[in-house]
Design a binder for this molecule. Structure first.
Ligand SMILES: [Ca+2]
Ligand SMILES: [Ca+2]
Ligand SMILES: [Ca+2]
Length: 152
């Protein structure tokens, strides 16, 4: 994921929807930018400001970490590998249930929007920020704890 400043081509201090689309479509062909904006444009001004970009960047880097073959999709097996690393008791049945609830287009894999929705739902459930959940999923517990402390 490119740096905020590189995406903000006109230097306005915010990344417009078009600037984001150009950057993300390279990596995630067919990505639905509107759905991402609904999650990350928290002040609903139609642009992604610097503070809104941090969680987006974190979630994308977590996605890329899950996507071990770098094909822009998280397969069932790639998801399983990560979740079993976090919880060795995570079963195939739990994996099936999870996939059923988050693989909205029933493609058998997660695209970036499906992954974002999953992280957002999980954050709501835990009552923490999106980027903290992404850090936990990324196995970066030191960072996750630091962010929880910062929050409290
Ligand atoms: Ca905004
Ligand atoms: Ca993949
Ligand atoms: Ca899917």
């Amino acid at each position: 994921m490119k740096e905020f400043r590189k995406l903000d081509k006109d230097g306005s201090g915010e990344v417009s929807k078009d600037e984001l689309a150009v950057a993300l479509r390279d990596v995630f062909p067919g990505v639905n930018i509107d759905e991402l904006m609904m999650v990350f444009d928290t002040d609903s001004n139609g642009k992604v400001g610097y503070s809104e970009f941090a969680p987006l960047s974190k979630v994308i880097s977590t996605f890329e970490q899950f996507d071990t073959d770098s094909n822009g999709l998280i397969s069932r097996e790639e998801l399983k590998a990560v979740l079993q690393r976090l919880d060795p008791n995570f079963s195939d049945q739990q994996l099936d249930e999870l996939m059923t609830s988050i693989d909205f287009d029933v493609s058998g894999s997660l695209n970036i929007v499906e992954f974002v929705m999953y992280v957002a739902d999980y954050s709501d459930e835990l009552g923490i920020k999106l980027e903290q959940t992404a850090a936990i999923l990324a196995g970066d517990t030191r960072k996750a704890k630091a962010e929880v402390i910062e929050l409290s």
